[in-house]
Design a protein around this ligand. Structure first.
Ligand code: ATP
Ligand code: MG
Length: 401
């Protein structure tokens, strides 16, 4: 059905002229075969990049030379981007820095890819092309390196992390022992990767709901400590596991990271810097950790939540509850009550706080610290009234003090 869409068919039609052949490749084909959701479609063609540009434009499609040096043109069809890459083959193999040239041989193109399940091609009519025998592995959800795992890892150490990510996502099948052993043996090579690539890939792994067993293997084999600089501890894996078991937000990489760093602000900060998180990601993590601590320390979490909801906002409140829940569960608490509060927070309709700073000044509160603390008091009064107290009531309370 993904193939029958008008957008993708227009790309096929546009490029399949003059004997040029076009096939979808990689994640889309793999996910279609496995019945998993398809995010974006990468395509491969025998046509040269310049021809791709010309043919797409001749068919009325927008074409952007997004990576023209390595043969990639992004073709936009019905607003959807398709990355179209000319077949490549390595002249000499130096991994990502390989000298490549454009080719016409599908098997050569396949051999440059990482795993057999990622080297499947699909024509416009749905025919699957399987130059390396990846179909069987794919259907068995077996993540297997193309060629000798050690050689392939030495070409690009990121493949160690991709091995674990695909394992977390699809690896219900048998583990590729050769791949795992090679990953462990060559783990020191991870230090050659840039922080950006490590951070981006780790976020992708942590975004997988079923990542905890894989993270545990990464921890046990010494790979995770190399990546975190020794921050993540086994104890925090328990929280990660309960995060993924219990709540729908398990797919959140930032919350997963918060679990992994053991909810310690200092370690979270270190990882955030090390993995080049954006300021927004870092703040989201800190707010969730701080909120969860407040909820866990409270004798009446519901009251804390209610009082804080306004200041935190719904998103932070939900994050904090999810984390508090995961943490309480991993510490052995059965019924934490946080899951129920989470439902509540999600459906809580917080009205807009009815009093403004201007109201307070008009009511005679002097500008400066007094204004802030008066505002704080009114906010708690308002929360205590279940957000029902009207502006006049609140202002009256002010003068009554
Ligand atoms: P998804 O996009 O769902 O995460 P994907 O398989 O499409 O999965 P991408 O990172 O988009 O992954 O890469 C597209 C394809 O390019 C892969 O399927 C694989 O064939 C190839 N590829 C990507 N990165 C590498 C790499 N580091 N080494 C070898 N081949 C790679
Ligand atoms: Mg992809």
């Amino acid at each position: 059905s993904w193939l029958r869409g008008a957008a993708i068919q227009r790309v096929f039609e546009a490029l399949q002229t003059d004997g040029g052949e076009v096939r979808a490749v990689g994640g889309a084909v793999r996910n279609a075969l496995l019945g998993e959701p398809i995010r974006d479609v990468d395509m491969c063609t025998t046509a040269l990049p310049q021809q791709v540009m010309e043919r797409a434009e001749a068919a009325g499609l927008k074409a952007v030379p997004t990576g023209i040096d390595h043969g990639t043109v992004t073709v936009i069809s019905s607003g959807e981007p398709f990355e179209v890459t000319t077949l490549r083959e390595d002249v000499e193999t130096f991994g990502r820095h390989a000298v490549v040239r454009f080719g016409r041989d599908w098997a050569h193109d396949a051999a440059r890819r990482d795993f057999t399940m990622n080297a499947l091609y699909c024509s416009a009519d749905g025919t699957i092309h399987d130059p390396l025998g990846g179909l069987e592995d794919c259907l068995a959800r077996r993540v297997r390196f193309i060629g000798r795992a050690e050689d392939r890892i030495r070409e690009d150490y990121l493949r160690i992390l991709r091995f674990f990510r695909f394992h977390a996502t699809y690896g219900a099948g048998p583990t590729d022992d050769e791949g795992l052993l090679a990953s462990v043996r060559l783990r020191d090579g991870l230090s050659q990767l840039s922080a950006e690539r490590i951070g981006a890939e780790m976020k992708k792994i942590l975004a997988v709901k079923t990542c905890p067993p894989v993270i545990a293997v990464m921890e046990g084999t010494g790979i995770l400590p190399l990546l975190t600089g020794g921050v993540a501890r086994l104890a925090s894996l328990a929280a990660l596991k309960s995060l993924s078991d219990e709540l729908p937000e398990a797919g959140s990489p930032i919350l997963a990271l918060a679990c992994l760093t053991g909810f310690a602000g200092e370690d979270a900060g270190r990882i955030a810097r090390r993995w080049r998180l954006s300021n927004q990601e870092r703040d989201t993590m800190f707010r969730a950790i701080e909120g969860s601590v407040a909820l866990l320390l409270a004798s009446r979490p519901a009251a804390v939540l209610k009082a804080q909801m306004m200041a935190w906002g719904r998103e932070t409140a939900c994050d904090a509850l999810v984390l508090a829940h995961a943490r309480a569960r991993s510490a052995g608490r059965g019924e934490t009550g946080f899951a129920g509060l989470h439902e509540l927070a999600r459906s809580w309709d917080i009205p807009v706080f009815p009093v403004t700073g201007h109201d307070l000044i008009t009511a005679g509160v002097p500008k400066g610290p007094a204004l802030g603390s008066a505002m704080e008091r009114l906010r708690s009064l308002w929360a205590a009234s279940d957000y029902r107290a009207a502006r006049e009531e609140l202002l009256a309370a002010l003068s009554g003090e």
